[in-house]
Write a protein that binds this ligand. Structure first.
Ligand code: DMJ
Length: 856
């Protein structure tokens, strides 16, 4: 926890939900970073770290952990450590005492994970209790029915290595069985897999498919299992999936999720950050062109936001603003540099390092970004930062002689642990499944460009890569939204009139109502003035209209969730600028619906002072202490607006309200915004921000230690530069009209016993003409009359030159070329029986709801 300078111990911090499943009280970060130490030539430190692991780590804890995370980080970390320990021992200088102790621990852990595979399918349960396994009542797990594809399909490298190192074949057998089952369950016409699967029945629970969250390393492990184990069946499976990915998901430079049995239908209009590993995998496969294209697009997104947001839209806006210092982009950069030798990728690496140092480096490590837009931090440095990010960035710049062993003799696991390639010829007792009969030779030009042809493709000519990047130069800046192109192109192809767009819909327009009726969508007027939309495919005029209705509803769900998001104010930042922080610590702050709007004014800078009374609910008794400063006030007892007026009257230039719920943190709680008091709050001129208790105590601790603590209140963290370290001037700059400290009298006398919290519900109910969707769980609330239409969204899309072109023309072109080459695109023309449409429709809605609800 790099902000509070402590280790995170499971159970001793507020739960963060699934993220904590990686923590098993087994010194995760220490184990995950063992082999990084050797790569960085820190051999002595490696030796010490191994001793610490052997001395301190206990694997027999009563903790429920993720099987996937434990495998890739802990089992992988122990095996990577073992691989390099025996390499060092053989060299004769270090680790001479080592006697396979890490391997013994790995084996012990392997046996602890095996009960998870006790299912008829062979797919593992997603979680296991390290002490009690699955079945025992004390285990507190084992009732789950679903797991993600990557969770079940990312075991083979570690499990096979464990088997081959130890001779205990059971691990490799179990991992193979899980992979065989996933392969059997692939959607047979598209050859794609869904995101989550039922571990008992093998049914796909989420039928959307991409290369990012939930699936990513399943594909990675098929190809790498072929490399490590030399088993052709893995390559055949990988190639079959790769062909499907390139056919449906790859829409260069984008990679967009689709539905597994309607792969021409995009399932999302945004991409997640995990897919940034894919260009690296494409390099391993030897398909460099799309790797360069996707990587370039991602780099432009990074240049825009300093980091890759956890999710971003097809027009490159932030969808989820966090960035937990994920390594995938650095990984792809390393592989692309290796493949092309183009120094451009060194420049990319330099930018990554500069941004990390500038925005993420804090006194006790590197802090995850809570919000790439504000630059605020989360008290979190995941173990993959040292395991992967450090390793790949170091390797990017390392010369061969900088590394004390030959890195080419190893394969990287998904957590960048190193496994020696000689394992392919050791202990090969596992019978290989012969899947060749199932495998149909792919007639796909993708494979003309694969390994070993790369030598011919890139005779180390850096201009080659540049020529691919050039047309994409401005793809992010000049982009036009292209979220639903595929949905629309089907309608164009079928010759139907373009369906009514959700954003154009007016509940009072009779023509629109007529179209809705045709599409099987009916309107229900609720007593409270809201309107609900209900869809029944069976009531549509034709199957085509029914499909249009589905698309309309999907758009409406997306539009309304977007509008809900927009009604929320964005987060703000409290940046500690005084010694010894110098702007390095940026705390996520909740905005206020009143007072100075920090997005429109310059930041407010000042020293902090606690108000008396601390709750700020009455006239301050220490006005001299807060005058010209930023007052700290505790949440509770009265309205936020009242606190603001009291500190403003005492001459404060800003206020920070600190949550009184002990242990609350922006790591675990959603953004909080402070509402007004329901009356006119124009008299409040100073900026007010809210901090959860954990972030608040970072400031309170700083006061205890350094007395004088200066902060910046802003909408976005300011560059921390040497200037901050030199500036010793007291608080001066702020745009508050109360700069002079002049007293502004409060008009409000009202006292409530609780703070009025802003809630979505409040804002929704205040709109009379809200529209919601009744039979989809996702309550879509939308105010058609307030919608602003964006002309580019309707008619334009992006071409590879970054220019906006006319969608109609482009769609026609696409439709012609795609129909020629792809037999699957004609599905839109077929007249489907209505109940099959209805079934598909329900599946799509289910998948859509699931996607909306799920988090990475
Ligand atoms: C890592 O733990 C692994 O790379 C995993 O496969 C998915 N991504 C995380 C880091 O983002």
């Amino acid at each position: 926890m790099p902000l509070t300078c402590r280790g995170r111990v499971r159970g001793q911090e507020p739960s963060r939900g699934d993220v904590d499943d990686a923590l098993g009280k087994f010194s995760l970060t220490l184990i995950d970073s063992l082999d990084t130490l050797v790569v960085l030539n820190k051999t002595k430190e490696f030796e010490d770290a191994v001793r610490k692991v052997l001395r301190d780590v206990n694997l027999d804890n009563d903790v429920v952990v993720s099987v996937f995370e434990t495998n890739i980080r802990v089992l992988g970390g122990l095996l990577g450590g073992h691989s390099l320990a025996i390499m060092l021992k053989e060299k004769g200088e270090y680790m001479q005492w080592y006697n396979d102790e890490l391997l013994q621990m790995a084996k012990q852990l392997g046996y602890k994970l095996l009960p998870a595979f006790n299912t008829t399918s062979g797919l593992p349960y997603p979680r296991i209790n390290l002490k009690f396994g699955i079945r025992k009542p004390e285990a507190r797990t084992g009732t789950e029915t679903d797991t993600c594809t990557a969770c079940a399909g990312t075991l083979i490298l570690e499990f096979a290595a464990l088997s081959r190192f130890t001779g205990a074949t059971i691990f490799e057998e179990y991992a193979r069985k899980a992979l065989d089952f996933l392969w059997e369950k692939r959607q047979r016409s598209s050859n794609l897999v869904g995101v989550t699967i039922n571990i008992h029945t093998g049914d796909w629970v989420r039928k959307d498919s991409g290369v990012g969250a939930g699936i990513d390393s399943y594909y990675e492990y098929l190809l790498k299992a072929y490399v490590l184990l030399g088993d052709d069946s893995f390559l055949e499976r990988f190639n079959t999936h790769y062909d499907a990915i390139m056919r449906y998901i790859s829409q260069p430079p984008l990679l967009l999720d689709v539905h597994i049995h309607k792969p021409m239908l995009n399932a999302r209009t945004w991409m997640d950050a995990l897919l940034a590993f894919f260009p690296g995998l494409q390099v391993l496969k030897g398909d460099i062109r799309p790797a360069i294209e996707t990587h370039e697009m991602l780099y432009q997104v990074i240049k825009k936001h300093n980091f890759l947001p956890e999710a971003f839209t097809t027009d490159f806006r932030v969808h989820w603003a966090q960035h937990p210092l994920r390594p995938e982009f650095a990984e792809s950069t390393y592989f692309l540099y290796k493949a092309t030798g183009d120094p451009y990728y060194l420049e990319v690496g330099k930018t990554l390092i500069e941004n990390l140092n500038k925005y993420a480096r804090v006194p006790c490590g590197f802090a995850a970004m809570k919000d790439v837009r504000t630059g605020s931090h989360e008290d979190r440095m995941d173990s993959f930062f040292l395991a992967e990010m450090f390793k790949y960035l170091y390797l990017l710049f390392a010369d061969k002689e900088d590394i004390i062993f030959d890195i080419e003799d190893y394969i990287f696991t998904t957590e960048a642990h190193l496994l020696p390639l000689w394992l392919s010829t050791t202990n090969q007792s596992i019978s290989k499944k012969n899947t060749t009969s199932e495998y149909t030779e792919l007639d796909d030009s993708n494979f003309d460009w694969t390994c070993p042809n790369t030598q011919i493709l890139f005779p180390n000519d850096p201009l080659y890569a540049q020529s691919i990047r050039e047309p994409l130069k401005n793809v992010v800046d000049k982009s036009c939204p292209r979220g639903i192109i595929r949905v629309r192109e089907e309608s164009f192809r079928s010759g139907a009139k373009p369906p009514l767009r959700a954003r154009d819909f007016m509940a009072t327009n009779p023509e629109h109502l007529e179209i809705l009726k045709k599409m099987g969508v009916s309107l229900i007027h609720l007593k409270d003035g809201r309107v609900q939309l209900v869809q029944h495919a069976i009531q549509a005029a034709s199957s085509i209209d029914a499909e249009d209705g589905l698309r309309f509803m999907q758009e409406m769900i997306e539009l309304s969730s977007q509008q809900q998001k927009e009604q929320q104010l964005p987060p703000r930042a409290v940046q500690i600028v005084s010694h010894p922080f110098f702007g390095r610590v940026v705390l996520t702050a909740g905005p206020a619906q009143f007072g100075l709007d920090l997005s429109k004014h310059k930041e407010t800078r000042g020293f902090v002072a606690s108000s008396k009374p601390y709750n700020g609910c009455s006239e301050l008794t220490n006005p001299e202490a807060v005058m010209g400063k930023i007052a700290l006030i505790q949440r509770g007892q009265c309205m936020f607006a009242e606190k603001a007026r009291n500190i403003q009257n005492a001459g404060a230039i800003g206020g920070i309200v600190i949550d009184d719920n002990e242990g609350s943190s922006s790591d675990t709680a959603p953004l909080f915004q402070m509402a007004g008091d329901g009356k006119d709050t124009d008299d409040i001129k100073i900026p007010m921000l809210f901090l959860f208790s954990k972030e608040g105590s970072i400031i309170l601790d700083a006061i205890r230690e350094y007395e004088e603590v200066e902060v910046l209140l802003s909408d976005k963290a300011k560059d921390r530069d040497p200037e901050m370290e030199n500036e010793e001037q007291p608080s001066s700059e702020n745009d508050s009209q109360n700069q002079s400290g002049e007293q502004i009298s409060s008009s409000s006398q009202e006292v409530d016993l609780v703070d009025q919290e802003s809630s979505e519900e409040n804002s929704l109910n205040s709109h009379p003409e809200l529209l919601s969707l009744a039979d989809v769980d996702n309550a879509a609330s939308i105010s058609p009359s307030e919608q602003t239409s964006n002309p580019t969204e309707n008619h334009e899309t992006t071409n590879l030159n970054g220019e906006c072109t006319d969608l109609d023309n482009q769609l026609q072109e696409q439709s012609e070329t795609e129909e020629d080459s792809n037999p699957n695109v004609s599905w839109g023309k077929k007249v489907q029986p209505i109940d099959s449409i209805l079934a598909d429709w329900n599946e799509d809605i289910e998948a859509f709801e699931m996607m909306e609800k799920d988090e990475l």
